[in-house]
Design a protein around this ligand. Structure first.
Ligand SMILES: Cc1cc2nc3c(=O)[nH]c(=O)nc-3n(C[C@H](O)[C@H](O)[C@H](O)COP(=O)(O)O)c2cc1C
Length: 145
């Protein structure tokens, strides 16, 4: 089973920490959305989208690359955010479900955040994602293999 995760993690590399732990244990390809113009999804059985959360959504490049996923593919979502009080994958998941993709689920946790006024107080969520949150992402990934 071939799996790819298309990601962007530009704020502090928080989301990438989750993905690196997954890639250390499982055979998965990671594609940095900020470095490519397109992804050929045909060869993959499962496609993940992972992102820091900006203004309530996944990074624009990740969302934009998700639009070309062929109908019927299995998809999943991973994110890190400043405040984990809602499902930030809702928007991108709906886009893909509307295209006929099958969602395997979402994993989200908090990540170090120095955006805007948070910077003045040295940021919030220092040390996150922590070991437990990283292990949670690996567990989530393992749940649908
Ligand atoms: C421009 C910007 C906007 C953000 N907007 C949100 C937001 O709407 N909700 C939230 O919970 N966190 C928000 N954050 C915090 C990030 O989602 C959080 O720090 C995340 O872990 C960054 O992931 P990354 O290091 O993988 O990019 C924002 C951060 C930045 C830089």
């Amino acid at each position: 089973m071939k799996v790819v995760i298309v990601f962007e993690s530009t704020h502090h590399g928080n989301t990438k920490k989750l993905l690196d732990a997954i890639a250390a244990k499982y055979d998965v390809e990671l594609i940095d959305a900020s470095k490519v113009d397109a992804v050929d999804y045909e060869n993959y059985d499962i496609i993940g989208f992972a992102s820091g959360v900006v203004f309530g959504k996944f990074y624009k490049k990740v969302t934009s690359l998700a639009k070309s996923v062929p109908s019927g593919k299995k998809v999943f979502f991973i994110y890190s955010c400043g405040k984990n009080n809602k499902d930030y994958s809702e928007n991108i998941r709906k886009t893909l479900e509307d295209k006929g993709c099958i969602s395997l689920g979402t994993y989200g946790c908090i990540g170090f955040d120095t955006y805007g006024p948070m910077k003045l107080i040295g940021g919030i969520n220092k040390g996150h994602p922590d070991e437990e949150e990283i292990a949670g992402a690996v567990c989530f990934y393992a749940s649908f293999l």
